[in-house]
Ligand binder design. Structure first.
Ligand code: SAM
Ligand code: ZN
Length: 192
């Protein structure tokens, strides 16, 4: 059964700091409505679709959920018992995982694409934000590259590849939710 992978993660990238606008006295900040809705997706299950035009670089939504340890994540999502990979986990750092299946929000329905229009960025407070990589039209499905880590053995068998099969449908689909394999050049070490 599949074993050696964990959930998506992106290297922390610090978005440019913005100055907070001065607050009007006695006024509650207005709740921002989402720029997307969730509904059935051709990629998988439920997906997130733009209901407003989204600008390149726009911060769309925070991926929220319960913060748990890696061990707890393994307990909650036993991959050996799944026929196909499915989790709401997002690995922030080595022993910090956000479980969107517990106290999560609509962001957990954003599917993976190998040719994504969004990216997930972890800020300095370990909060996960979904940003648009390019302008997104109304009706387009939002997606980011999950980049599931390959851990353990570098030799992945066919069963594991099937378990993480990608159905994003893009021309650039690499066929897998897993990060691209690192190609080791034999002579790279020899030349040093
Ligand atoms: C955070 S959920 C995304 C929402 C999911 N569509 C749902 O309805 O629950 C992540 C899971 O969605 C599925 N998924 C997302 N993108 C996929 C893709 N490109 N190909 C296959 N499965 C995908 C996988 O099962 C993955 O573990
Ligand atoms: Zn793909």
């Amino acid at each position: 059964m599949p074993a050696p992978t964990k959930q998506s993660t992106r290297t922390a990238k610090r978005p440019a700091a913005k100055k907070a606008a001065p607050k009007a006295a006695n006024k509650k900040p207005a709740k921002k409505s989402l720029a997307f809705e969730t509904r059935r997706s051709e990629i998988q299950g439920t997906g997130a679709f733009a209901i407003k035009p989204i600008r390149a670089g726009q911060r769309i939504v925070e991926y929220v959920g319960e913060q748990i340890s890696s061990d707890e994540a393994d307990r909650r999502y036993d991959e050996s018992k799944m026929k196909r990979h499915h989790t709401f986990l997002f690995t922030v750092e080595e022993d910090l995982v956000v479980d969107g299946g517990s106290n999560g929000n609509e962001a957990i329905y954003i599917n993976h694409s190998c040719d994504p229009n969004c990216e997930a960025v972890i800020d300095e407070k370990n909060r996960i934000w979904i940003y648009a990589l390019r302008p997104i039209k109304v009706g387009e499905e939002l997606a980011y590259d999950y980049q599931f880590e390959r851990t353990g053995s570098a030799r992945l068998d066919a069963q594991l590849e099937r378990f993480y099969a990608c159905r994003c449908g893009s021309e650039r689909c690499r066929g897998s939710l897993l990060k691209k394999k690192k190609i080791r050049r034999r002579d790279a070490v020899a030349k040093k």
